[in-house]
Design a protein around this ligand. Structure first.
Ligand code: NAD
Length: 266
């Protein structure tokens, strides 16, 4: 089988598909033969993403959905199943970074918003797709956590809490779903860009003026990059291959694992 055909006949559902990592991963799976169902709250971004994938001869559909709305998530899963027959893979990737400020000033309403998107949202998609996969004989799920889910960074209380939760959800889901031939893993990117989240993180960490990062965004970016072993910014294009591996037959006995892309923070 050629590398291009690895996922032929399979359907991948991607959340956060209008964003950098979700789109890059959807495109990669489409290039390898999968039908891709792109889900996001951002309709304009979704339309653009789908038209780019179709322009490369990929098969893609788009579905506007708010991850925090459990009923909307159920509806979207039903819609994709009725169009594609079944969902083989879920890349559960939508996320929000939250505000940047120290713990004692972190606004409770933003804390709730981050948890609602990054934890409740991930749970809603995980549960709805798993319930479907239980009826079809199995599948594979990859949740996007973060290095902030392995080691809490400064000024990101809600994001760190939410991404630690994603890793916990991944571990429990992998055990609960193993009897149904459903594998559940996580990836934890470190600093990946250029892209919306990297650019925003550098700007906002600098603006906090904490003892950890320079108030000059260029210097703050250098400080962050020095904190990863390979001493460079990870590329968005360096993520889809890891997701594809975790979904593929090469990972047929891998479940409950979190892969820290970039190898950790020093
Ligand atoms: N870029 C990085 O450096 C980095 C590092 C670690 C983890 N991550 C994680 O990777 C994932 C993707 O990040 P990205 O860099 O592509 O960011 P991005 O901002 O480009 O994409 C995130 C997407 O999630 C969507 N989204 C937000 N709230 C939603 C909701 N309620 N319902 C549906 N969709 C919603 C956004 O519209 C956006 O398209 C996120 O979970 C993020 O936390 C990113």
């Amino acid at each position: 089988m050629t590398a291009e055909g690895r996922f032929t006949g399979k359907t991948l559902m991607v959340t956060g598909a209008a964003g950098n990592i979700g789109f890059a991963t959807a495109r990669r799976f489409a290039e390898e033969g999968a039908n891709v169902a792109l889900v996001d709250i951002n309709e304009e971004g979704l339309r653009d993403a789908v038209s780019k994938i179709r322009g490369g001869n990929g098969v893609a559909t788009f579905h506007v959905c708010d991850a925090t709305d459990a009923r909307a998530v159920d509806r979207v899963v039903d819609e994709i199943v009725s169009r594609s027959g079944q969902i083989d893979f879920l890349f559960n990737n939508a996320g929000y970074q939250g505000l940047f400020c120290p713990m004692h000033e972190y606004p409770a309403d933003d804390f709730r918003t981050v948890i609602d998107i990054n934890v409740n949202g991930v749970f809603h998609f995980l549960q709805a797709v798993a319930a479907h996969m239980v009826t079809t004989g199995g599948g594979a799920i990859v949740n996007t956590a973060s290095m902030a889910g392995v080691q809490g960074p400064p000024n990101m209380a809600a994001y760190a809490a939410s991404k630690f939760a994603v890793i916990g959800l991944t571990q429990t889901a992998s055990k609960d779903l193993a009897p149904y031939n459903i594998r559940v893993n996580a990836i934890s990117p470190a600093f990946m860009g250029p892209g919306f989240m990297w650019d925003r993180q550098v700007k906002l960490q600098a603006e906090v003026r904490s003892q950890y990062f320079s108030a000059d965004p260029k210097t703050a970016a250098e400080q962050m990059i020095k904190a990863v072993p390979m001493r460079r910014l990870g590329g968005i294009a360096e993520i889809p291959g890891t997701v594809a591996f975790l979904m593929s037959e090469d990972a047929s006995y891998i479940t409950g694992v979190n892969i820290p892309i970039a190898g950790g923070i020093l």
